[in-house]
Design a protein around this ligand. Structure first.
Ligand code: PLP
Length: 490
């Protein structure tokens, strides 16, 4: 018998796979996980770390349970996704009803009611004349589709040389090769190079790491960061640039909100150079910041919005691009078509679930709930700033990053070895063991990220803060930082 033998937390009975293997062992032997260092789970005898794959078997509201019956608060909504919380019976019902009625039909010259209803609904909620919805099955495909659409749009409107895209350092936009080109994380790209050419990077809006003379003046920093986009367009040649891809609040690197005036200036630049503004809202849409679309929260008008994740709260996969009337115009006539698509794009079951999910948003006033409670969430997390390790707390809505630093006074960060010891060697596991599922990430500087279901309030904010506080206090013992550096700020 394996020591990792598991039990079913709902029935209390021992649970194994059909071959009789414990789930953790079968996962180690057969499951190839996304962005996962598999050696973590390989036995020590074969050079691995001997860890056990965490297996999540149940969700209810803002909580999840593992296969040993242990309960965790879901501080990341799965993966920035489960906006309405786990275990919603009516979403399961919506999926079952649709599967009985029409389980599958493609949107290739035919349509089905749920995709039509959902397209109409997204168009109604989207800002300005973003009236045309093209469905995908996820976010990376949406980004990929948006770049392809931008290229073809310019080909059809007499500017065939416009194909390049601009995006920001450390930003994550997905893994298909086009989307990965747009992604600004070197380590995610290097194994797959050469990627799609023509993807240019500009600075992001990390105010904490802004040039020193701009740190105290967010507006000036916003202007500075936006102007780097104009500079890149000039450098590449405006006749070659098709689009700028930006998240409303950049996730990777640890939640960088836009400084005041940033998007206003970006919109001006895009208009001046005839470059499309793509708002990648795969994380930020559907209430994460407090509105259906985060471009509304920050008051700018994109040409395309990309969405996925929260559209169905993850109960069934779906993504989309929502494009302006202007972009659709050349496709209205003659023989032209967007020669692009996915078998499962706008899947009837997923579209039905998304409709039911958006019904919950309306009925329960979730966006207003986020707007009302975000300042409390922020204030609760800000308490952590009294810890020596916590350099910055930043974000908007129900979306926060907590940056960890070696020295608060100088903002000195950890080197690679220290990050490895702190994040992988201690924090990720310790947070989980403490009953908090969230993300400890070092794609930029080391951060802990929180993006819980949108249904939580003050009791859960306090719970999250308490768990973080005890683990971060303990974390200091795992760092060999001289006391003189660690306590200099106190
Ligand atoms: C901003 C952004 N764009 C695109 C993606 C890719 O989405 P998916 O994983 O559904 O392909 C993500 C995923 O986290 C994202 O955060």
């Amino acid at each position: 018998m394996s020591t990792t033998e598991t039990f079913d937390s709902t029935t209390g009975s021992i649970r194994t796979t059909r071959t009789g293997a414990a789930y953790a062992d079968a996962a180690r032997d057969h499951l190839w996980m996304s962005f996962t260092r598999q050696s973590t789970y390989e036995p020590k005898e074969s050079g691995g770390t001997g860890g056990s794959v965490p297996i999540i078997v149940k969700g209810e509201g803002a909580y999840i349970w593992d296969d040993r019956g242990r309960k965790y608060i879901d501080g990341l909504a799965g993966l920035f996704t489960v906006q309405v919380g786990h275990g919603r019976e009516e979403l399961a019902e919506a999926a079952a009803k649709q599967a009985r009625e029409l389980a599958f039909f493609p949107l290739w010259s035919y349509a089905h009611p749920r995709a039509i209803e959902l397209a109409e609904r997204l168009a109604a909620d989207a800002p300005g004349d973003l009236n045309r919805v093209f469905f995908t099955t996820g976010g990376g495909e949406a980004v990929e589709s948006a770049w392809k659409l931008a290229k073809q749009y310019f080909k059809l409107t007499g500017k065939p040389g416009k194909y390049k895209v601009i995006s920001r350092n450390i930003a994550y936009h997905g893994t298909p090769q086009g989307a990965l080109s747009i992604t600004g994380i070197p380590d995610a790209k290097i194994p797959f190079e050469p990627l799609v050419p023509g993807a240019v990077k500009v600075p992001n809006t990390n105010l904490y790491r802004a040039p020193e003379h701009l740190r105290e003046d967010p507006k000036a920093f916003g202007r500075y960061a936006a102007d780097r986009i104009a500079e890149a367009i000039e450098f590449e040649g405006p006749e070659s640039v098709a689009a700028v891809f930006l998240e409303p609040v950049q996730n990777s690197g640890g939640c960088f909100p836009p400084p005041p005036g940033y998007f206003e200036r970006v919109r001006e630049i895009c208009d001046e150079y005839n470059v499309l503004l793509v708002s990648d809202e795969v994380i930020c849409a559907f209430g994460r910041i407090g509105s259906m679309f985060a471009s509304t929260d920050f008051g700018y008008q994109p040409d395309i919005i990309t969405v996925a994740k929260g559209m169905s709260s993850g109960y069934s996969p779906i993504g989309a691009i929502i494009a302006s009337d202007r972009l659709f115009e050349p496709f209205r006539h003659g023989h032209e078509m967007f020669a692009h698509g996915y078998t499962f794009g706008g899947h009837p079951v997923s579209a039905a679930v998304a409709m039911a999910n958006l019904d919950i948003f309306e009925r329960e006033g979730l966006n207003q709930h986020v707007k009302d409670n975000a300042p409390l969430f922020r204030a609760t997390l800000d308490k952590l700033l009294d810890l020596p390790l916590v350099g910055d707390v930043r974000g908007e809505g129900y979306f926060y990053g907590i940056e960890l630093v070696k020295d608060k006074t100088t903002r000195e960060t950890f080197d690679d070895d220290e990050c490895e010891r702190l994040l992988r060697g201690f924090l990720s596991k310790a947070l989980f063991d403490a009953g908090l599922y969230c993300r400890a990430d070092d794609r930029g500087d080391p951060v802990i990220q929180l993006a819980p279901p949108l249904i939580i309030g003050q009791p859960e904010f306090d719970d999250i803060e308490q768990r973080l506080r005890s683990v971060l206090t303990e974390a200091e013992n795992h760092l060999e930082i001289p006391q003189s550096v660690r306590y200099r700020h106190l």
